[in-house]
Design a binder for this molecule. Structure first.
Ligand code: GLA
Length: 411
């Protein structure tokens, strides 16, 4: 009898601080929700906290009518700024009634009615980064709130977290979501400060690996206030190219929301998109769909590159070589295919003359190898969407500064 009472006491534990509730805790993330890198749209990069019902509905409409949804983008995620500054008297979060006059449920129902999925943002700390109520001490209550609303994705940030440890805080929220019972992708956003790739696999489906992205090729943007920087897309890739073995199906290294269509030119946007696909990063657009140029749309919906990102092996690519500003990035794909991307990291035009036969590409982390002396591969140019010869001949091309040439190699 004693034993039974002890087992019962251990399985029903009082969780959260000051919530006055007792729950049966279920541990571990929802498995299998992100077997390929999640794709969607997030409000933050373009809109900050200036978000509302109209923006969500228009974005959802265009996501479908433009072909973005057909290309695979299916999550609409509202980032910081969706709540009021205080919780209600029961401690529940309140969607801002000015921004969302019909409530959040109406917005979510609309997104769902379009065949899309919906996500929200909060923070592990006492307040979000923009000063709205954080989840600390309300983990189980907020998880029930999200489950009841019917959201599909939660991005969980790391501001105002003095005195708590990341692994514990994210584990608590992960368990809270699981306990609430509605399958929700859990997106960790603690900027890579506490190496989430080392402990995040049972906790979440993806984790940010760096501070915020900045719409530039390779710059560091130092913020005037506080001691932090935002990073050009190649800075993020370079910073985290060596943690590839931690990424894979249902536990992705998240290189951040994209800046395609924001402040870079189309050449740089093409490179940015190619590199996100080479890294098997989640593909979350961060631009204003209502003002999207046809070039931006074409970049974001490049089916061949998306197939590289979404390849079922789920392997993050790596830098094979770099010489005089010309880099070669490679990614093993299923069925013995490879993606090979030439990137001109320099400020001057370059000539590529790549003699395949002199190279054997070895992926030591995952055990793949491409030996061009023993296997001939057909080449497909993924931006031109056409055949580009085979590996018997040298690959030769001119490549502009900051441009890419992305190939699929088919044995
Ligand atoms: C942090 C995150 C961003 C965004 C903002 C919102 O900086 O890294 O992606 O969510 O907070 O305040």
């Amino acid at each position: 009898m004693k034993k039974i009472i002890l087992v019962f006491a251990l399985s029903v534990v009082s969780l959260g601080f000051g919530q006055g509730n007792t729950h049966t805790q279920v541990a571990g993330k929802f498995e299998g929700l992100a077997m390929t890198p999640p794709m969607g749209w997030n409000s933050w990069n373009t809109f900050g906290t200036s978000i509302d019902e109209k923006l969500v509905k228009e974005t959802a409409d265009i996501m479908v009518s433009s072909g973005m949804a057909a290309a695979g983008y299916n999550y609409i995620v509202l980032d910081d700024g969706w709540m009021t500054r205080e919780r209600d008297i029961n401690g529940d979060l309140i969607p801002d009634p000015v921004k969302f006059p019909n409530g959040m449920k109406a917005v979510i129902d609309y997104v769902h009615s379009k065949g899309l999925k919906f996500g929200l943002y909060n923070c592990a700390g006492t307040q979000t980064c923009a000063g709205y109520p954080g989840t600390r001490g309300y983990e189980y209550q907020d998880a029930r709130f999200y489950a009841k609303l019917g959201i599909d994705f939660l991005k969980y940030d790391w501001c105002n977290t003095q005195g708590i440890t990341a692994k514990e805080a994210y584990t608590t929220m992960s368990n809270a979501l699981k306990t609430a019972g509605k399958p929700i992708i859990f997106s960790l956003c603690e900027w890579g400060d506490n190496k989430p790739w080392e402990w995040g696999k049972p906790v979440g489906n993806l984790w940010r690996i760096s501070g915020d992205i900045y719409p530039c090729f390779d710059c560091e943007y130092k913020h005037e206030e506080g001691n932090w920087s935002s990073w050009g897309f190649m800075k993020i890739v370079e910073m985290r190219k060596d943690i590839r073995k931690y990424s894979g199906p249902d536990h992705w290294n998240d290189f951040d929301m994209m800046e395609v269509g924001n402040e870079m030119n189309d050449t740089e946007d093409k490179s940015h998109f190619s590199m996100w696909c080479m890294m098997a990063s989640p593909l979350v657009a961060g631009n204003d769909f209502r003002k999207m140029s046809k070039e931006t749309l074409a970049i974001l919906t490049n089916k061949e590159l998306i197939a590289v990102d979404q390849d079922k092996l789920g392997i993050q690519g790596f830098k094979y070589s770099a010489e005089d500003g010309l880099e070669v990035w490679v990614k093993p794909l299923s069925d013995g295919n490879w993606a090979v991307t030439f990137l001109n990291r320099s400020e001057v035009a370059k000539k590529i003359n790549f003699d395949w036969k002199k190279h054997t590409i070895k992926d030591a982390d995952f055990g793949y190898e491409a030996n061009f002396s023993t296997t001939i591969f057909k080449l497909k140019d993924l931006w031109k969407n056409k055949e580009a010869g085979n590996t018997k001949k040298n690959f030769t091309a001119d490549i502009a500064p900051h441009d890419v040439i992305a190939l699929r190699l088919i044995p």
